[in-house]
Design a protein around this ligand. Structure first.
Ligand code: ZN
Length: 323
């Protein structure tokens, strides 16, 4: 089971920037504490970026000379380190998808840059790793039907636009209706959810949508955008999922893939919390759950007890829900 990480996933931003860049390191650390070892991805080749991105934009990013209006939409300046980070992030998702096709599951400890459009980035996203990976694998015939399950609290608008009209590409996005972006794109299947939705209502909808999506798309590969910003504590999200709700979400996605016999590659996606260690643990729990790995009680901030792990986790999550 392979997890892709590169130290270049962390690019320096100005002090106090609201994007939690260090969460990639805290997620890696939390995964490492659970015994995960990492593979290093290569930066994606320029010509593969051109499968969905416009050539002038790709070259501007690679030269770190992006128009300031586009940089404002992205939310930070595209420095050489940010450009390398963007290429590595696409490389990581592509590598994870290839590994998943060979082995059943793999994850990129970055990626899910679903707001990036063909001709410019947006919302902290520079290149669209999900769209590039889908376009490359379909073009080369490694997969014929790819379903993107985007569970970030924000709509996967860039992915929908990048893949519009591409045969074999299917995008499912569950997102908060009132979250960014204000103007939603039209994907294959878009489910806009009301503010403050909690676990059971969310999970009912997800179960129905996964059933429908697997039946209609009949994918031979699933890419998951496993953003954790639907969590109640998230600074930017408008939904109210608990720790156990996110866990159930990820178990449900994994079960759907297993039931259909379809390999899955997971990407990190969004998550915003002033407590970056807690945020990293939240992302790590999500990836481990998608991978089918047991979650240690220590991941919830409590010391492991000699009770059964599942019983301990349930009790801890009940306490966490009440707190
Ligand atoms: Zn998000």
């Amino acid at each position: 089971m392979r997890f892709f990480f590169h130290s270049g996933y962390v690019a320096p931003l100005p002090a106090g920037h609201r994007f939690p860049m260090s969460k990639y390191e805290t997620t890696r650390d939390a995964l490492a504490a659970a015994g995960v070892c990492f593979d290093r991805p290569e930066p994606v080749a320029r010509d593969l970026l051109l499968t969905v991105h416009a050539q002038p934009y790709v070259d501007a990013v690679l030269a770190a000379s992006v128009d300031s209006a586009i940089e404002r939409r992205i939310g930070f300046a595209v420095t050489p380190a940010v450009a390398l980070r963007a290429s590595l992030s696409v490389g990581g998702t592509l590598a994870a998808a290839r590994a998943a096709l060979a082995e059943g599951f793999a994850a990129n400890v970055a990626g899910g840059s679903h707001h990036a459009m063909p001709d410019g980035g947006a919302g902290f996203c520079v290149f669209n790793d999900l769209a590039v990976t889908t376009a490359v694998l379909l073009r080369e015939g490694s997969a014929r039907r790819i379903l993107i399950v985007d569970l970030d609290v924000h709509q996967g608008d860039g992915t929908a636009v990048c893949l519009a009209g591409m045969a074999g590409a299917f995008t499912l996005s569950l997102h908060a209706e009132r979250n960014f972006p204000v103007r939603k794109a039209s994907g294959w299947r878009d489910i806009a959810l009301p503010d403050a939705m909690e676990d059971s209502a969310y999970l009912d909808i997800l179960a129905a949508e996964l059933d429908r999506a697997f039946l209609a798309a009949r994918p031979d590969l699933v890419l998951v955008q496993a953003g954790v910003d639907a969590h109640a504590n998230d600074q930017l999200g408008r939904l109210s999922l608990s720790d156990s709700g996110l866990l159930a979400r990820d178990r449900m996605v994994r079960s759907a893939c297993i039931a259909a016999g379809v390999p899955m590659a997971a990407t990190l996606g969004g998550g915003y919390d002033a407590d970056v260690a807690a945020l990293g643990a939240r992302h790590a729990r999500s990836l481990l759950t998608l991978a089918g790995q047991p979650i240690e009680p220590a991941f919830f901030g409590f010391t492991a007890t000699n009770r059964g792990l599942d019983a301990a986790s349930d009790g801890i999550m009940r306490e966490a829900d009440q707190g």
